[in-house]
Design a protein around this ligand. Structure first.
Ligand code: PXP
Length: 249
């Protein structure tokens, strides 16, 4: 298959984490988002968590109002978040599991057992013209379940692959990458748009970016971490270049 352009969604949650460490308004996630777009981001992702530990409600409103690129609103499938999405109308909503005690989103959404809870919320968002994406484990059966739920997009959880890559465990990295590849092929065959993300770094992004079915990567922590040393614009440009290199090789 011919591979289409791979979009980069920059997650700016951790700009808000730094801001909230001192409780004020600096640094401003909106300013970071505009800088990321100028440097090559195709979209901006922000996760409004139930405990508001990083992104605030007012950030979502400002991002929606001020961005010229799509806003991907990451959210738990709760009535509160659905109501916020329906009033803010982001381009996309990525449904994720959320536990208060977790440090970050630790696993994919259980869309098989959670079907009855998810279905009406996916419908409400879709009817409002919001493109729904489900953050899921890279498994063929999960692709089937996403298709049955009527979501147009899945975002494959790359966390296990990234952990294996960070551990320098070649066999486990290859195994996890193969899982992502199989799920991407299966999902795309079912007509789903395939995104991926979580834990990706400059070092691990290449093999995932090279998978032709994947249309978008959402990356946050490593970009904000690299920005400490290189500046945000350079960190985004470096990631964009690594993705483009992998895509064209
Ligand atoms: N995609 C989803 C659905 C996520 O929950 C996260 C983490 O907020 C990311 C992508 C980005 O992960 P990271 O910050 O590790 O790059």
């Amino acid at each position: 298959m011919t591979s289409e352009k791979l979009r980069l969604g920059v997650n700016i949650d951790h700009v808000a984490t730094v801001r909230n460490a001192r409780g004020g308004d600096y640094p401003d996630p909106m300013r970071a988002a505009l800088l990321a777009v100028e440097a090559g981001a195709d979209g901006i992702t922000a996760h409004l968590r139930e405990d508001r530990r990083h992104i605030r409600d007012s950030d979502i409103v400002a991002l929606k109002r001020g961005l010229s690129v799509p806003l991907n609103f990451e959210m738990a499938a709760t009535d509160e978040m659905v109501a916020i999405a329906l009033s803010t109308r982001p381009h996309a909503a990525c449904l994720v599991p959320e536990k208060r005690e977790e440090r970050t989103t630790e696993g994919g959404l259980d869309i098989i057992r959670g079907r009855d809870h998810l279905a009406p919320r996916i419908r409400a968002l879709s009817e409002a013209g919001i493109r729904v994406s489900l953050f899921v484990e890279p498994e063929p059966a999960v692709m089937e379940a996403a298709r049955a739920l009527g979501a147009p997009v899945v975002e494959l959880h790359t966390g296990s692959y990234c952990e294996a890559a960070l551990d320098d465990d070649a066999a486990r990295t290859a195994h996890e990458l193969a899982r992502i590849r199989r799920a991407a092929e299966h999902g795309a065959g079912l007509g789903l748009e395939i995104h991926a993300g979580h834990g990706l770094t400059l070092g691990s992004v290449g093999p995932v970016a090279a998978l032709p079915q994947i249309r978008e990567l959402n990356i946050g922590h490593s970009l904000i971490a690299d920005a400490i040393f290189a500046g945000l614009a350079q960190a985004v440009r470096d990631m964009r270049a690594a993705m483009d290199r992998a895509r064209s090789s």
